[in-house]
Design a protein around this ligand. Structure first.
Ligand SMILES: Cc1ncc(COP(=O)(O)O)c(C=O)c1O
Length: 417
């Protein structure tokens, strides 16, 4: 099964013989995590954000990709982690991530998780009356211990409508909640949080400025913490800017934060710790998916390739089909590109299950296709549909390590009566 002539790798990534060997052990679809890329993203974002404020912390948003190795690496790199449900909190506690390195927000908190997170020393961003009740109850049950909490603000951004998450920043609810907590013993509001789905630099500037406005109302001397949430887009390789629009860079985001903070920085006696909660910006380019070509066929005038994965692996929620793709051939064929676009279909029975709308080279059965930039909201959002999730591997130079075995049927169907 080895190629007649060893072929050079098509760009970075694994060769066909290496992939074929791994696929025989782990399955014909393989996610591969590149820790060096994750580290480079962290370092680039940190460097850029250092220009925005004196004290900036990155809190990796594990909902983007909750693979334990990624969460552990984030901790090793000195990051905090941001979790948004009791399950995510359970995961990071189980991974041994210390409470003071955890930010806990999200609408589905339970009484136990709020209490556990506060007792562990996490920063809990309260975003509902329920959260407030449970935080106050925790303080009452532990007299003499000091608890500091954040309040999540619902702020509209240029590209985002009204957010259901958090307290209305413009109304009176937020101030009433802050007053109520101020009147309680052993607990105080130390900061504000906001996150909306708006990845523009203008959105981040507006969010920062909005939080500063609210902070001026609630903290005359300045807040201890301003948590600006996530929604930062990743680094875009040169030449891959979205059509006609220069991609937003980490420096653009940093400039947006600096500008949004300016009115507060000028007036406050103490400068707040700024927390940013990046998910996709760090993890999306750190994962690729290799999938073997199972079939090539023509229906009418249209050519199709079937690969051993589906859009439920690459983009289960957003259904994106614009990931960079590379064909890794077993043998270099004379027949490359130039024909009509080839649709790359997936393993699910959904007729519209396409992972890509064209390939740079025509594949043969047995070749692999690599889909880049698939690390964010893929693995963590994959539904259990009609086949198990692929294995996850990590590469570090020549070494390959299994991070998560391919699911078994039992894994997928566990608990069904
Ligand atoms: C509160 C919060 N912080 C951070 C993030 C991470 O967002 P992104 O991956 O777009 O950076 C999310 C995503 O939904 C979120 O809800």
């Amino acid at each position: 099964m080895s190629p007649a002539h060893p072929q050079p790798d098509p760009g970075a990534g694994m060769s066909w013989p290496a992939l074929d060997g791994l696929a025989r052990v782990y399955g014909d679809a393989l996610f591969v995590f590149d820790g060096a890329e994750f580290r480079a993203n962290v370092s680039a974002l940190r460097t850029a954000m250092a220009a925005a404020a004196t004290d900036v912390e990155l809190a990796y948003s594990i909902k983007a990709n909750n693979t334990p190795a990624v969460c552990r690496l984030a901790l090793t790199l000195g990051m905090m982690v941001e979790v948004s449900s009791p399950m995510e909190l359970w995961l990071v506690e189980r991974l041994g991530i210390p409470g003071p390195r955890i930010v806990y927000d999200g609408p589905g908190k339970s009484a136990e998780s709020v209490r556990d997170a506060l007792l562990a020393g996490a920063l809990v961003n309260l975003e509902s009356e329920r959260d407030v009740e449970w935080a106050l109850a925790t303080a009452r049950e532990h007299p003499g211990r000091r608890f500091g909490v954040g309040l999540r603000c619902s702020l509209a951004g240029p590209q985002a409508g009204v957010s259901r998450l958090g307290f209305d920043a413009e109304g009176t609810t937020l101030d009433a909640v802050a007053e109520r907590i101020a009147g309680a013993d052993d607990i105080s509001v130390i900061g504000l949080h906001s996150h909306v789905f708006d990845g523009s630099a203008g959105g981040l500037r507006a969010r920062t400025a909005g939080l500063v406005r609210v902070a001026e109302r609630l903290f005359p001397a300045g807040p201890e913490v301003l948590d600006l949430g996530g929604s930062l887009r990743g680094r875009v390789p040169v030449g891959r800017d979205p059509a006609g629009v220069p991609a937003t860079t980490f420096s653009d985001y940093a400039a947006a934060v600096a500008e949004g903070l300016r009115p507060g920085v000028a007036r406050w006696a103490r400068q707040p710790r700024i927390i940013i909660e990046p998910g996709a910006a760090l993890v999306s380019s750190a994962f690729c998916l290799y999938a073997r070509v199972l079939e090539v066929k023509t229906v009418g005038d249209q050519d199709f390739a079937l690969v051993a994965a589906s859009i439920l692996d690459t983009s289960p929620n957003a259904r994106r089909v614009d990931f960079p793709v590379t064909v890794i051939p077993r043998e270099v064929s004379a027949e490359v590109a130039g024909k009509a676009p080839m649709l790359v279909g997936g393993m699910s029975p959904i007729d519209g299950d396409y992972l890509a709308l064209d390939l740079p080279a025509r594949p043969a059965v047995g070749d692999f296709v690599r889909f880049d930039n698939v690390g964010a909201y893929s693995i963590s959002m994959r539904p259990a549909f009609n086949y198990p999730a692929p294995a996850i591997l990590e590469t570090d130079g020549e070494e390959v390590r299994l991070l998560h075995a391919r699911q078994s049927y039992e894994d997928v169907l566990r608990g069904l009566a």
